[in-house]
Ligand binder design. Structure first.
Ligand code: GAL
Length: 667
C-alpha cells in the first residue's frame, strides 16, 4: 500500500453519531479538533438504522456526519455492519441465528448473533454492502473501510448449524478428495468412527466422551477459513467500487481465525488494544503480554498497523475494571506506537448511555464534559503528533523471530496434555524473557522467511510436516540458531502420532542430535533443572533426552531421571539447534538466553535492564527512534546510551511514572 495516502492521519476516535442528538455533533467535532483528531471510525454496528426496513436504505445520517466532520478536516473509516444484523432480518430468517456447541440456538439481543455461513445472511450483507460501497466510494472524505468488527469475537463455540455442517463437508471433500482418504487421515478406525460418505460427517457438537483430535483440528481450521471467506465476501464487493484501503480490527492472540491468513485480504491490519480488560488490578497484566500482542499484529503483515480501538478509560460491561492511573492511558497508547502503530484510534469518544457497554468508558464521560481522560490524551496527542509524522512506515530491525502457529495452538488446545499448559502462554513466556532483556522480537508464521534472523524460537512444534522439518533443517544448516522446545515433532499435520523413530522423529532427531525415549507430565509437581551449577524451577513437562550428537547444557535435578539431559545443543551444518525439553522458569530462560546471546549478536546491554522500563525502537533509513516507556508507579533514573539524542526537549534522565522518553540515533 502507498503509505503516503495516510501521511497526515495519526490519531482518531470511534464515534457513534446515531447515539447522540444532531445538535451535539458540532460540539463533539470542535472538541475532537482540539484533541488533535484526524480520523473517525463510524457505522460498524448500525445496520438497523441505515436499513430500517428490508431494502429501504437511508444513509443520509452518515452523509450529514461526514459532511460536518469534513469541515473539520476529519477523514472517515466506514464500518460494514454485519456484526449486528437487524431484528427484521432475524424475524424473517430465524436460522441466521447461530447454534452453539451444545446444539442450542443463540438469540437476538446482543451482537454477533449470526452464522457466518448462512446463505440468507450473506445475501442481505451482499445487498447492503453493494449499496453502502456504491454510495460512499466517491466521497473524498472517506479514507477507507473496516469490514465487520473483531471477527471471531463471541464465536468461540459457534456455529454448528446445518449450513456450517454442509460447508464443513464441502471443505473436507476439497481437502481430502475421497472419504477413504479422510478415514485414513483422521484415523477413524478408532472407536468405530469410519465414514462411508461425506454426508455422514457432522459439525462436531458435544459428544459423550473425548473426541477425535484430527477431526477437531480440521473443524478449527475450517472455522478459521470460514471467517476469512466471510471477510472476502465483503471485501470483494467493496473493491468493485473503491480502491481505498480495507482493514479489520484484530484482537492480539485471540485464536478463532488465523490472522496471518486474514491479513492477506487487508491493505493494513488494525488491532484493538485494551490493557485494562476486566482486570481489577493492572499489576496483574504483564507489560510483555501487551507488547507481545502488538508485535504479533505487526508480524501478521510485516508492516506497521493501526490501533482501531485503544483503551481510553475504565473498561467494563456488567463488571468494571480499575481506573487507569494518571498517565497510564498515554503510556499504553505510546506503547502501541513504539511497537509499530502508524495511527491510534481511541475507543470510544464518549461513554455510551445505552446498552451493555454503558461502563466501557471513553474519552468523554456520560455528561460529555471533558475531564481527566480528555485532558491527558490531548496533551499526549499534541506531543506525539509531529513524531508520528516522522516515524510513519518505520519498522524495527529485529534479529530474533518467534514462530507463532495457529495450527500448533489449535492442536494443543485440543490436547493440552497438562491442565496448566497453553501453547500461546508458552509463546508469551518465551517472549517475556526476551522482553525482560530488552531484546526485540518479531513474530513469524511457519511460512515466513527465516533467513534474516540470527535466532528463531519455535516453541512446541507439535505438528510437524516434512516441509516444515526441511525448513528448520535448512535454516540451521545455513548458519541459523534455532530453539525448539518440548513436544516438538510429536504428530503429523493431521494430528496423528508420528512413528518414524523415537521422538522428535524424522529429520528433527538428526537436527537436534537427541532422542526422547521417555517423558513425564509433571502433574502437581514442580521440578528442577541444573544449569551452570544452579537449580532452577521447571514445570508442566519433562522430556528425558538421550544424546546422539548433541551436548547437554542442563540436566534434571529431580525424579528418577535426575542427571539426565533436559536442555541440549547440537551443531548442525553451519548453525546450532537447541532443545528445551521442559517448561523453564523465567529465571532459567533468561540465563539461557544470556548464554546463547554471547554466541549470537543480540546486543545485550545491561544499562537497559531496568525493571518495568521497556525500550523499543523503530527505524527508517537514517534514524532510529528509541522509546523508553516507564511502566512503573515510581520515577526511574536512566543514562541514555552513546549516540542517543533527546527527541523531546523537556525530557530528562529521570523518567516519571508512566512517562515516555524518546531518543533519536543517526544511522
Ligand atoms: C471491542 C469491540 C468494541 C467494543 C469494545 C468494548 O472488543 O470491538 O465494539 O465492544 O470492545 O467492549
Amino acid at each position: 500500500m502507498n503509505l503516503s495516502a495516510y501521511e497526515k492521519i495519526h490519531f482518531g476516535v470511534d464515534y457513534y453519531p446515531e447515539h447522540w442528538p444532531k445538535e451535539r455533533w458540532k460540539k463533539d467535532a470542535t472538541l475532537m479538533k482540539e484533541l488533535g483528531i484526524d480520523v473517525i471510525r463510524i457505522a460498524e454496528f448500525s445496520w438497523s438504522k441505515y436499513e430500517p426496513e428490508e431494502g429501504k436504505y437511508d444513509f443520509s445520517l452518515i452523509d450529514e456526519v461526514i459532511e460536518l466532520m469534513s469541515e473539520y478536516e476529519f477523514k472517515i473509516i466506514l464500518g460494514t455492519p454485519s456484526a449486528a444484523p437487524p431484528a427484521w432480518l432475524i424475524k424473517k430468517y430465524p436460522d441466521v441465528q447461530p447454534i452453539d456447541y451444545e446444539g442450542k440456538r443463540r438469540h437476538f439481543g446482543g451482537r454477533h448473533h449470526a452464522c457466518q455461513s448462512n446463505k440468507h445472511l450473506r445475501d442481505y450483507i451482499d445487498k447492503y454492502v453493494n449499496r453502502f460501497a456504491d454510495h460512499f466510494s466517491d466521497n473524498e472524505n472517506v479514507f477507507g473501510w473496516q469490514i465487520d468488527n473483531e471477527l471471531g469475537n463471541s464465536h468461540g463455540d459457534l456455529c454448528y448449524c446445518d449450513s456450517c455442517q454442509e460447508e464443513f463437508r464441502k471443505w473436507l471433500k476439497n481437502k481430502y478428495g475421497t472419504i477413504n482418504e479422510l478415514n485414513e487421515k483422521w484415523g477413524t478406525v478408532f472407536w468405530s468412527q469410519g465414514y462411508r460418505d461425506f454426508d455422514e460427517i457432522i459439525a462436531p457438537k458435544i459428544t459423550v466422551t473425548g473426541r477425535n483430535p484430527s477431526q477437531i483440528l480440521d473443524w478449527k481450521l475450517f472455522c478459521s477459513d470460514l471467517i476469512v471467506d466471510f471477510h472476502k465476501h465483503q471485501s470483494s464487493i467493496i473493491r468493485r467500487y473503491s480502491d481505498k484501503p480495507i482493514t479489520h480490527n484484530f484482537m492480539g492472540f485471540a485464536n478463532k481465525v488465523n490472522y496471518f491468513d486474514l491479513a492477506e485480504d487487508l491493505e493494513f491490519v488494525s488491532h484493538d488494544q485494551y490493557p485494562g480488560l476486566f482486570h481489577t488490578d493492572f499489576l496483574h497484566v504483564r507489560n510483555s503480554d501487551l507488547a507481545a500482542a502488538l508485535d504479533l499484529m505487526r508480524g501478521t503483515k510485516k508492516q506497521p498497523y493501526w490501533i482501531m480501538e485503544q483503551q481510553s478509560g475504565i473498561t467494563g460491561w456488567e463488571i468494571m475494571g480499575r481506573s487507569p492511573k494518571p498517565g497510564q492511558l498515554s503510556l499504553w497508547a505510546g506503547q502501541s506506537i513504539a511497537h509499530g502503530a502508524d495511527c491510534v484510534v481511541f475507543f470510544r469518544w464518549r461513554n455510551c448511555i445505552y446498552g451493555t457497554e454503558q461502563y466501557w468508558h471513553g474519552i468523554l464521560p456520560h455528561s460529555g464534559i471533558p475531564g481527566r481522560n480528555y485532558n491527558e490524551l490531548k496533551e499526549f496527542i499534541n506531543k506525539f503528533k509531529p513524531l508520528m509524522e516522522k516515524i510513519k512506515g518505520a519498522m524495527p530491525q529485529n534479529k530474533v523471530g518467534i514462530v507463532f502457529s495457529y495450527n500448533q495452538e489449535y492442536a494443543l488446545e485440543i490436547q493440552p496434555h497438562h491442565p496448566d499448559f497453553s501453547y500461546t502462554e508458552q509463546v508469551k513466556n518465551y517472549y517475556n524473557a526476551f522482553h525482560s532483556l530488552n531484546i526485540p522480537v518479531d513474530f513469524l508464521s511457519e511460512d515466513s522467511d527465516f533467513e534474516n534472523y540470527n535466532l528463531i524460537v519455535a516453541p512446541s512444534q507439535y505438528l510437524m510436516s516434512d516441509k516444515l522439518e526441511d525448513k528448520y533443517c535448512e535454516y540451521v544448516n545455513q548458519g541459523g540458531q534455532l530453539i525448539l522446545t518440548m513436544r516438538s515433532g510429536v504428530k503429523d499435520e493431521n494430528n496423528i502420532c508420528r512413528t518414524s523413530g523415537s521422538l522428535p522423529c524424522g529429520r528433527l532427531t538428526e537436527l537436534l542430535g537427541i532422542e526422547i525415549l521417555e517423558y513425564d507430565c509433571l502433574r502437581d509437581v514442580l521440578g528442577t533443572v541444573v544449569f551452570e551449577n544452579k537449580n532452577y524451577d521447571v514445570d508442566i513437562w519433562a522430556d528425558i533426552l538421550s544424546l546422539r550428537t548433541a551436548k547437554e547444557l542442563a540436566t534434571y535435578g529431580f525424579e528418577y531421571y535426575q542427571g539426565e539431559p533436559s536442555i541440549t545443543v547440537n551443531e548442525f551444518g553451519r548453525g546450532k539447534a537447541y532443545y528445551i525439553g521442559t517448561n523453564p522458569s523465567k529465571e532459567l530462560l533468561i540465563k539461557f538466553i544470556k548464554l546463547i546471546g554471547e554466541d549470537i549478536d543480540l546486543n545485550l546491554n545491561s544499562k537497559l535492564l531496568i525493571d518495568g522500563v521497556e525500550f523499543v525502537s523503530r527505524q527508517d533509513e537514517n534514524t532510529e527512534y528509541i522509546f523508553a516507556l516507564n511502566h512503573n508507579e515510581k520515577t526511574v533514573s536512566f543514562e541514555r546510551l552513546e549516540g542517543w539524542v533527546d527527541y523531546f526537549e523537556e525530557q530528562s534522565s529521570k523518567i516519571k511514572p508512566y512517562q515516555i522518553n524518546v531518543y533519536k540515533k543517526s544511522l
